[in-house]
Ligand binder design. Structure first.
Ligand code: BGC
Length: 352
């Protein structure tokens, strides 16, 4: 009797497994703002379990001196170590050749999974070919390759944000000011744009969508200058000092693709005797601690939370899905975490 029951149970379980394998199973992408963009398919073959309380993980960061990626990598390390993984985090020093070596070393060491913040998105094909040849489950973060590039490897997923959203929010921060960014009342918003390194598509999208939000609201815009600051504070400072010297009071809005450059910009704005929110507006992205302080002191008009902890959490979740045997189908390999607008009204919610 017992035996018959056991056999019956086995048959029922078998049937359940076969049914489960028949269709696409949505990925557990908590934190994603666009659930339809991502799903995993569970292959009918043997699915290995994620290593219990362990496994070795290699994390490659494009450059340790990047302020935002410092918060992000610390969060990643803490989450992974908290889950019992052995973690090694390495600095690509903004050098793709160096990062390629680091990836190869991790592969030789036999890591269970890789989390990679590419130095050059344009080198994604090579990175993906390397991890694919080694069969290592890989999560790409922060610098998003094109869907076609990712499609060649089904144990690969990208975790990041949709930077168009952050650009739009920057534009909205300006539209929310009393004069909608037109301080001198001449009917147009005159701005300068301090851009990030175009190796990250965030630079392009934030530039485009911040201005698009102004135009979509019916405002006339005038771009006085656009300069690459490569995400770095000192570059933000230099660029804005030069622009202020050249354009002076004509500048009504300073858009910075990230907060570190905005903090640099603020130093130059103050050195020129200008006053944010009175005779000039300044916005960034990331919600770094320094920027949150300045928003709360009224020295920045606003910023946009680029959720490092949310992205690190989602990256580890997706890594564990891969370790559990999940695969990603082509065109559905990006998981996005939402941005959040930060103004003087809600800045307190983000400060530690
Ligand atoms: C962040 C920047 C950072 C860059 C690095 C962006 O998403 O907003 O602060 O420098 O990623 O790739």
């Amino acid at each position: 009797m017992k035996k018959t029951f056991a056999l019956l149970l086995a048959a029922v379980m078998m049937l359940a497994m076969l049914t489960a394998c028949g269709g696409d199973k949505p990925a557990d992408n908590a934190g994603s703002s666009q659930p339809n963009q991502t799903e995993t398919t569970t292959p009918p073959a043997e699915v290995p379990d994620a290593p219990e309380g362990g496994g070795t993980i290699g994390v490659c960061i494009y450059q340790f001196t990047d302020a935002f990626m410092t918060t992000y990598r610390n969060a990643l390390q803490e989450i992974l170590e908290g889950k019992g993984y052995e973690v090694s985090v390495v600095d690509g020093a903004n050098d793709q050749a160096k990062q390629n070596e680091q990836i190869n070393t991790f592969i030789t060491q036999g890591v269970d999974a890789l989390i990679i913040n590419p130095v050059m998105t344009s080198a994604a094909d090579q990175i993906i070919a390397t991890v694919k040849a080694a069969g290592i489950p890989t999560v790409l973060i922060n610098r998003e390759p094109a869907p076609e590039q990712m499609a060649v490897y089904d144990k690969l997923v990208y975790v990041g944000c949709d930077a168009r959203q952050s650009g739009t929010m920057q534009g909205e921060l300006i539209l929310d000011t009393p004069n909608k960014g037109d301080i001198n009342g001449d009917g147009k918003i005159s701005y300068i744009m301090v851009q990030g390194d175009p190796e990250n598509v965030d630079a392009q999208y934030r530039t485009e969508f911040s201005v698009k939000a102004l135009k979509d609201a019916g405002m006339e815009v005038e771009e006085l200058n656009l300069t690459r600051g490569d995400w770095m504070r000192e570059r933000g400072q230099e660029i804005v000092a030069n622009d202020l010297a050249q354009f002076g009071d004509q500048i009504e809005v300073v858009f910075c693709n990230n907060d570190d450059m905005a903090i640099g910009a603020l130093q130059s704005i103050q050195a020129a005797g200008r006053k944010v929110n009175e005779d000039i507006y300044l916005v960034g992205v990331d919600a770094l601690d320094a920027a949150l302080n300045e928003v709360s002191n009224g020295n920045m008009t606003g910023t946009v939370l680029n959720d490092a902890v949310g992205q690190a959490t989602a990256a580890v979740e997706q890594m564990e899905a891969l370790l559990g045997g999940a695969t990603f189908s082509s065109g559905n390999q990006s998981v996005y975490v939402d941005y959040v607008k930060v103004t003087p009204d809600n800045v307190g919610d983000f400060m530690k």
